[in-house]
Design a protein around this ligand. Structure first.
Ligand SMILES: Cc1ncc(C[n+]2csc(CCOP(=O)(O)OP(=O)(O)O)c2C)c(N)n1
Length: 284
């Protein structure tokens, strides 16, 4: 029986006290324990940023790579061994800015991984520049007159591009978030969980109090996740209120099932002709 404590890792942590990332780590551990997933069956992939440090703080396999490129690495890893559960931790800058095109490609491929975007609406690691989800007018030390671009809406974008599992969580509601991550891991296909994350140092607008007043659970209100029209409605705020929960879910064919070769089992266990591969590389 796997327990959340099995994922406890004592690696030194320099996140600010009160950082929303702590709630996300706890929710991840709860989800992995709820699914009874042992650490050797789990891979965490990340790029660069404070969010991207998350894999350091869970005791399991991880790959910490380049800014914006985590989804590409995770795609390769899942194809090489589709027996493991792959989770990706990215910041909103990392995923929707630097890695934006990989985000679109992952949706279109329907690669069966679970993407957790720690959406604090700011570049945390580099000390507080506006990100793709910052509101227009968001004042930072470098955008002294306020950000001039409008924010993107990742949930609406994912829905419009045909994503089969789209959720919005909140770092302060760890029970709900843990349950969303569990459902994302169970989903056979690409799952996006955009997580409203508080940054106590560089975002003094979207605080715990701010979210506490606004976030509400649409699944408690009877929302049916199979309804795309209703999902699109919940992609956007309702006045001052922000819908959270499982927004959309539909049945899809995951990418690894679209590759005939993988029917024979994980690629990394399959025989291959080493000499032929070497000559292909040599002659390329
Ligand atoms: C190619 C490249 N561009 C820019 C940077 C500098 N950089 C490092 S982290 C980061 C943004 C981090 O913000 P976000 O992804 O939102 O994560 P957070 O730190 O807020 O969790 C940037 C711009 C980099 N390391 N590599």
């Amino acid at each position: 029986m796997v327990e959340a404590a099995d994922y406890q890792c004592d690696f030194e942590n320099k996140w600010c006290p009160g950082c929303g990332n702590f709630g996300i780590v706890n929710a991840m551990k709860d989800a992995l324990a709820a699914l009874d997933l042992p650490a050797e069956k789990v891979l965490l992939v990340s790029g660069i940023g404070q969010a991207a440090k998350t894999p350091h703080f869970l005791k399991c396999n991880f790959f910490h790579g380049l800014h914006g490129r985590a989804l590409a690495v995770a795609t390769g890893a899942k194809i090489a061994n589709h027996d493991i559960s792959v989770l990706v931790n990215m910041g909103d800058g990392d995923c929707y800015g630097e890695g934006g095109n990989h985000f679109l490609a992952a949706i279109r491929r329907n690669i069966d991984i679970t993407l957790l975007v720690h959406d604090n609406r700011v570049y945390g690691l580099t000390k507080g520049q506006a990100s793709p989800t910052s509101d227009r007018g968001f004042v930072t030390r470098i955008q002294a007159e306020g950000a001039r671009s409008d924010p993107m809406n990742p949930v609406a974008l994912a829905l419009s591009q045909g994503a089969g599992f789209v959720a919005r969580g909140y770092c302060g509601s760890t029970d709900q978030l843990g349950d969303l991550i569990r459902q994302g891991l169970e989903y056979p296909g690409f799952s996006l969980i955009d997580i409203l994350q508080v940054c106590v140092s560089f975002n003094h607008v979207n605080t715990y109090d701010w979210y506490r007043e606004r976030a509400f659970d649409i699944n408690e209100n009877g929302h049916q996740p199979g309804d795309l029209q209703a999902a699109m409605k919940y992609a956007y705020p309702e006045g001052d209120r922000i819908p959270t929960g499982l927004i959309y879910r539909k049945e899809t064919v995951p990418f690894t099932q679209r590759i005939r070769r993988l029917n024979a089992g994980p690629l990394l266990g399959q025989e291959y002709d080493r000499q032929r591969v070497q000559s292909l590389i040599r002659d390329a």
